[in-house]
Each structure stands twice: as structure tokens, then as C-alpha cells.
Design a protein around this ligand. Structure first.
Ligand code: ZN
Length: 481
């Protein structure tokens, strides 16, 4: 009996070691392919430098889609196809100027008192020498109406919805340009949580301020850096409320204006924006697929959004996410892995200002009876991977590999997965379980939606590690029943 127990335990140890080593071998093969023969960095460079930004409805976005189809076809995946969909079209104009007139600032500059008492060196770059008026770095928010001619008014800074309401009730908003200057909460470790805490001032600020008769809004850029770069992003209007222009200013400019609101009663700002909304345009999602060997009608979709804002090159947001997904599909094919489920790399269109691509993808999945048992989204930049957010249905499967994930530095497993582009899948198919890819978040909002989101700010090694992390996660999901 004792002999039997010893034999059995030895057998299970060897079996467990065997299982473990075949799993670690798989991880190793994926990482070797990503780090030694990686393609994602080079491809992201092509996308950023030959196409550039890809705002939905723009000619550039359409050129990018042609590039993506050709690029994916060159890897000979089982299928590459597009899903046509109408997307909104909004255009920035060259006529985009914001000027500030501030006698107090001019007097201070003449005395050399500015910006010596400020703690951000970007102030110095913002206003280098005294002048009659000062041109401010600013960009229209995506979807903003233009100014008929120009708007010239005094500025009032607010830091919360409650402050806006109380000033509005006192009649102090009427005719003013409202500066929304709520800052990121620096105590939060995840910059995404800090972003979530103040992004609504960008999204609905124009609606809230217009209710009290404001003439325009300026919004502090959604960033934790103190600099001059304005970060654009989506904003909304309500049909029943007058539509007023909205623009973003760099964090340093927002702080300067905020202070001048108090120090200079004569400070005024002039806004001229020529942006406009045009009729919707036909665009498309791009999909590359490897057919499943056991469950060809069950899908694992993974990807990012192909569109970007018109500032920068959409390198981190979300060229990186698209390249993670493409590279994961490529790596699994390159190492000869035969998937059990059908694997789909998806480049969704129009995440930034409409989500039309994601909605169409989910609609087609339902119409064609494509059962998506899992979907993963990468839309947090190409930074060092840390882990994943995972839906409870997939948690036991993912946790089986926790040790291995830990050993590759990607074992931070958070409860709950999701993302803007995979979200609509759940509505049509409640059994779809979500996974979100989580890279380090500390530098993402330095560049998010700004002219600095360019290829040069993506690190090759970090991008490749992200692609490898996505590839092993897809492999883990593919092992589930
Ligand atoms: Zn994004």
C-alpha cells in the first residue's frame, strides 16, 4: 500500500512537472518570437510615419485601412476582411487661435516677477516676454462647433460641477469663457483612475456651462504633466442646449489662466475656431483571422482601435493596441501553434468619437451567429506590461497560469475586464467574457490625444513585451473549454 502511494505521488509529480514545463515552454517560445523576431515595432513605425494620425472620417484613416489590409495580407493569415460602417466626420481648421490679454501679466513680466514664483518651468516657455497680448497653445476639442467670428470675453475658472452650479445660480457665468481646471488626483496610483475623476469636464463641460449662458469653454488637458501641450478628446452637446465652442489648453496654461482670473480683473481671452462637422463617411473595421481547429465557430476576438485623434500619430493611442493584437496573431502562427478556437485580431474604427466600428462588429457577430466566448482589448498604450483585468467567468482559467504570468512580470490580475470596443459584444451575447490588457499607466497621459503621441515616444522593447503578453493570454484563453 505504502509503495503504491509513493508510486502514485511520484507519478503525479512527474505529470504536474510535465504539464508545467510544456506551459513554460510555450511561454518561452512566444517570448522568443516576440523579442528576437518581433514585427510590431517596425509595423507601428510604418503606420505612424507613412500614414500618421487617423481621425475617423479623414482621408488619412482610409489610407491607413488600406495599409492595414495589405500589411495583414502579407502574413498570410487564414482570412483578412473589412466590415464597412458609416462613421462621423469632424474636421479641425487651420483657423484655431486663442489669445490672452492681461495687463497684470505684462506688468509682472516687465518687472521680471513672472514666472519666478511658479513651480512649473513650463510657465517660462508659455509666456517668454512681455507683449500686448499672448498667443496660447490650444486645440479645439473633437466635435466642437467653430466660432462664428471670434469670442472675446473674460474668463472664470471652475474646479467642480458644484462650483459651476453655485456660480451659475449667482449669474456669474453669463457671457464668460469658463475654464474647467480640475486636476488629476496625484494620489491615485492608476492614472486611468485619475483620468476618470476629471474627464467629464471635457466631455460635458460645454453643456453644463452653456446652461448658465457661458460663451465658450476652455478645458485643462487630461494629463498629470505640467506642460504646454494641449490634449484634445471627445466632447458632447445636447440638442436642447445652445452649442458653445470648446478647446483644450495645456496644464501649465490652465494653471496660469486660473491664477490670472484672481489676480487680473481685466484679463480677457479671444477664441477663434474654424472646426466643423461634415456628413458621415463610409469607413471600416479590419479583421484578420486564424480558423479554430476544434471550435471553428467559437471566437476569441482581440484588438485595439485603429482610429486616433488628429494630434500626433496615434502611436500609443491606439496604434500600439492594434500592433499588440496583430503581433499576437502572428506570433502564434509563426511558432506553429494551431488554435482550438477561431482567433480574430480586430482593428476597430471610430472608438474616439462614436464607437461605430465596435457597434457594427457586435451587430455582425450576432447576425452571423459568431459566438464570442472571450474578447480582449488593448487600449492603454504600448508601455511595459503589468497584467490583465479578467472577467469572473475566465478568472479560474487565468489563475491556473498565475505563477508563470508572475515570472514574466505580467501577473497583476485584476477583477473585471472590459473596454470600449469589446463592450457592445456583451449586449448581444451576455456570455462573452472580457479581458483587458494592463500596461504600466504612469506615462500614458503625458502623450494621450496630444501632438506628442508619436512613434518616437514608443519603446521597442516595451511594445514587444506587450505583444508577447497579449499572445500568451490569448493562448491561455484558447485552452479554456
Ligand atoms: Zn484609445
Amino acid at each position: 500500500m505504502k509503495k503504491q502511494i509513493v508510486f502514485l505521488s511520484l507519478y503525479f509529480t512527474i505529470w504536474a512537472l510535465g504539464a508545467q514545463s510544456s506551459d513554460s515552454l510555450m511561454f518561452k517560445r512566444v517570448y522568443n518570437e516576440a523579442l528576437l523576431k518581433g514585427q510590431c515595432y517596425q509595423r507601428l513605425g510604418e503606420l505612424c510615419k507613412t500614414i500618421g494620425s487617423r481621425l475617423s472620417g479623414s482621408d488619412n484613416a482610409e489610407k491607413g485601412i488600406i495599409w492595414a489590409v495589405n500589411m495583414l495580407n502579407s502574413y498570410r493569415f487564414d482570412t483578412v476582411f473589412t466590415q464597412p460602417v458609416m462613421v462621423p466626420r469632424w474636421e479641425r481648421s487651420k483657423k484655431e487661435e486663442i489669445w490672452m490679454y492681461s495687463p497684470v501679466l505684462t506688468a509682472k513680466l516687465k518687472k521680471g516677477k513672472w514666472p519666478a514664483d511658479y513651480n512649473c518651468e513650463a510657465f517660462e516657455e508659455a509666456i517668454p516676454k512681455p507683449a500686448k497680448s499672448y498667443k496660447l497653445n490650444a486645440v479645439a476639442l473633437g466635435g466642437s462647433v467653430g466660432t462664428q467670428t471670434t469670442i472675446y470675453a473674460s474668463v472664470l475658472a471652475v474646479h467642480s460641477a458644484r462650483e459651476l452650479d453655485s456660480l451659475g445660480k449667482l449669474g456669474m457665468i453669463k457671457g464668460k469663457i469658463i475654464l474647467f481646471n480640475r486636476m488629476f488626483d496625484e494620489s491615485l496610483l492608476s492614472t486611468f483612475s485619475a483620468y476618470g475623476g476629471c474627464v467629464m469636464q471635457r466631455v460635458t463641460g460645454a453643456i453644463q456651462a452653456a446652461k448658465y449662458g457661458a460663451s465658450a469653454v476652455l478645458v485643462r488637458s487630461m494629463s498629470n504633466r505640467c506642460d504646454l501641450h494641449p490634449h484634445t478628446g471627445s466632447m458632447r452637446y445636447e440638442d436642447s442646449i445652445v452649442k458653445i465652442p470648446a478647446a483644450a489648453v495645456g496644464t501649465a496654461v490652465a494653471d496660469m489662466l486660473d491664477r490670472l482670473c484672481i489676480e487680473d480683473k481685466d484679463m480677457k481671452v479671444l477664441i477663434q475656431l474654424g472646426c466643423k462637422t461634415l456628413p458621415d463617411r463610409l469607413s471600416s473595421n479590419v479583421v484578420a483571422q486564424t480558423k479554430g481547429s476544434i471550435y471553428p465557430n467559437k471566437y476569441i476576438a482581440f484588438g485595439g482601435h485603429f482610429d486616433s485623434w488628429d494630434q500626433g500619430e496615434g502611436a500609443h493611442d491606439d496604434g500600439a493596441g492594434c500592433m499588440h493584437a496583430f503581433e499576437a496573431l502572428r506570433i502564434l502562427k509563426a511558432i506553429g501553434y494551431v488554435p482550438r478556437h477561431s482567433l480574430r485580431c480586430v482593428f476597430w474604427i471610430n472608438e474616439e468619437n462614436g464607437l461605430k466600428g465596435a457597434l457594427e462588429y457586435a451587430r455582425l457577430a450576432k447576425e452571423n451567429n459568431e459566438l464570442h466566448f472571450a474578447a480582449l482589448e488593448s487600449d492603454r498604450g504600448g508601455f511595459t506590461p503589468r497584467g490583465f483585468g479578467v472577467d469572473s467567468a475566465l478568472m479560474p482559467q487565468v489563475l491556473k497560469f498565475k505563477k508563470l504570468l508572475d515570472s514574466y512580470g505580467i501577473g497583476m490580475i485584476e477583477k473585471g475586464g472590459g473596454g470600449a470596443d469589446i463592450g457592445p459584444l456583451k449586449k448581444n451575447n451576455p456570455n462573452t467574457a472580457f479581458v483587458s490588457f494592463i500596461p504600466d499607466s504612469q506615462r500614458y497621459f503625458d502623450v494621450h490625444h496630444a501632438e506628442t503621441d508619436v512613434f518616437e515616444n514608443v519603446n521597442k522593447r516595451e511594445l514587444e513585451l506587450g505583444a508577447a503578453a497579449v499572445a500568451v493570454m490569448i493562448w491561455i484563453l484558447d485552452q479554456a473549454e
